[in-house]
Design a protein around this ligand. Structure first.
Ligand code: C2E
Ligand code: MG
Ligand code: MG
Ligand code: MG
Length: 263
């Protein structure tokens, strides 16, 4: 009997593996189709200051076609595994730059680690900034802590080049990765984005509050500005302001949506 159970478990394991694999292939197919037929859209979510004034927008990609809508958590990992990340990443940067030119807001783009490390990444940003006449500090690049693995010299060189070009740099999902504090000190970073998992628990869980306080106090010492992600309630907003967070992003202020051009 126990043997039978064991066998069933093995079968179930294989079936779920197969399902994951089918799902992966499906996502890859939708993604290739999106690259070929331009099925991407960028949504924009406001980032506000303590007075709720909008200071910037974060661009967030989706695949949108008649058949389906896919969110980035589903297809960005597949894009990274298949080299499609190059096309997706360039699409995002060029469209965000076009939007900056149109609306003159500061806009941030998410750049995956693989894209950042690709040859030609800096040159492409430089080209787009010139083509769309992007001013100093209008473009923000969000990188996760995962980017800071590999050759420190290469990373430092690329960060410095971005700063020379007038690009702002944010570390996304801060607190969930393994970045060394020494790197933070040595790299020209402008913003730390505090991961939403800490913000979610802020009014229930004291340890999340302590973590956020620690991040903010460290950021102040290093002269970095802080952005809290995933702010959904007035209570979270008010605690974050008390702790000294600089900027805020979350459903309380606006969901990712369309950004109408001013001109
Ligand atoms: P992220 O950069 O940390 O973006 C924040 C995510 O949190 C977004 O999910 C946003 O819609 C969601 N969010 C914002 N406020 C709230 C809130 O108050 N509550 C909750 N529950 N969620 C909130 P989204 O758009 O699904 O994107 C997920 C992740 O996919 C992003 O996390 C980013 O890592 C990645 N991503 C998005 N767009 C791009 C892109 O253009 N390129 C690359 N490489 N990655 C992208
Ligand atoms: Mg982000
Ligand atoms: Mg984030
Ligand atoms: Mg994230």
């Amino acid at each position: 009997r126990s043997k039978e159970q064991g066998r069933n478990q093995v079968t179930m394991y294989h079936e779920s593996m197969k399902k994951d694999n089918d799902k992966m292939l499906f996502v890859e197919q939708v993604l290739r189709n999106a690259v070929n037929h331009d099925h991407f859209i960028l949504k924009y979510q406001p980032i506000v200051d303590g007075d709720r004034q909008v200071v910037a927008f974060e661009s967030l990609i989706r695949i949108f076609s008649e058949q389906e809508t896919l969110f980035p958590d589903e297809f960005i990992p597949v894009a990274e595994d298949t080299d499609l990340i190059q096309s997706v990443g360039r699409w995002v940067i060029s469209h965000a730059c076009l939007k900056i030119m149109d609306c003159q807001y500061n806009i941030s783009v998410n750049v995956s680690s693989k894209q950042f490390h690709q040859q030609g990444f800096i040159m492409y940003i430089d080209q787009m900034m010139k083509r769309f006449n992007i001013g100093k500090n209008n473009l923000v690049i969000e990188l996760t802590e995962g980017v800071v693995v590999g050759s420190f010299n290469e990373i430092q060189y690329k960060f410095n080049r971005l700063k020379e070009m007038g690009v702002m740099i944010a570390i996304d999902d801060f607190g969930t990765g393994y970045s060394s504090l020494e790197y933070l000190r040595q790299l020209p970073i402008d913003y730390l984005k505090i991961d939403k998992s800490f913000v979610f628990d802020l009014d229930k869980d004291n340890s999340s509050r302590v973590i956020i306080e620690t991040i903010i106090s460290m950021a102040k010492h290093l002269n970095l500005q802080t952005v809290a992600e995933g702010v959904e309630t007035e209570q979270q907003f008010s605690i974050l302001k008390d702790i000294g967070c600089d900027y805020f992003q979350g459903y309380l202020f606006g969901k990712p949506g369309d950004l109408l051009t001013l001109s």
